[in-house]
Design a protein. Structure first.
Length: 148
């Protein structure tokens, strides 16, 4: 498949820690992506530093004591970053009003992003690419998206 990204379309490349908002200054056959905005998640220390308590217990009337699953602080931070990324995309959508948006993220992050998209943004999604490209240079992202 050859992904064709229209002129002035937005490409959002993100993972659980970083989101890069790109705009295609080229045309559909030859993308020329330019960085519009970069967002990074706040520092997320190890779980031991965030919550020191052991998971709680429930005493059942007729069964043995049950444990309660502990809080996964890193998953909460990822969900919050997905929410913040979509909020930034909504602001950009109101300001710039791109006709098309391409989401590029690992499968787990794509699922989290989808949960926060409203109908207006969903209607503008041209493609979703399930790859982690945040650590690649822009030229490499262009090349990999052409091949996607």
């Amino acid at each position: 498949m050859n992904l064709r990204i229209p002129h002035n379309a937005w490409v959002v490349v993100c993972d659980a820690r970083k989101a890069i908002f790109l705009r295609n200054e080229g045309n559909a056959t030859l993308a020329n992506l330019r960085v519009e905005q970069v967002r990074e998640a706040a520092a997320n220390p190890p779980s031991a530093e965030q919550g020191a308590d052991r998971p709680g217990r429930i005493q059942n009337a007729v069964a043995p004591t049950s444990a309660i699953e502990g809080t996964d602080w890193h998953e909460l931070a990822e969900r919050q970053f997905a929410h913040d990324t979509v909020a930034a995309l909504k602001l950009a959508n109101r300001a710039v009003n791109p006709r098309s948006i391409v989401l590029v993220a690992p499968p787990r992050m794509l699922a989290m992003l989808r949960q926060h998209l409203d109908e207006e943004l969903r209607s503008r999604i041209l493609a979703e690419v399930d790859k982690d490209l945040t650590k690649h240079p822009i030229q490499e992202i262009e090349r990999l998206l052409r091949a996607a």
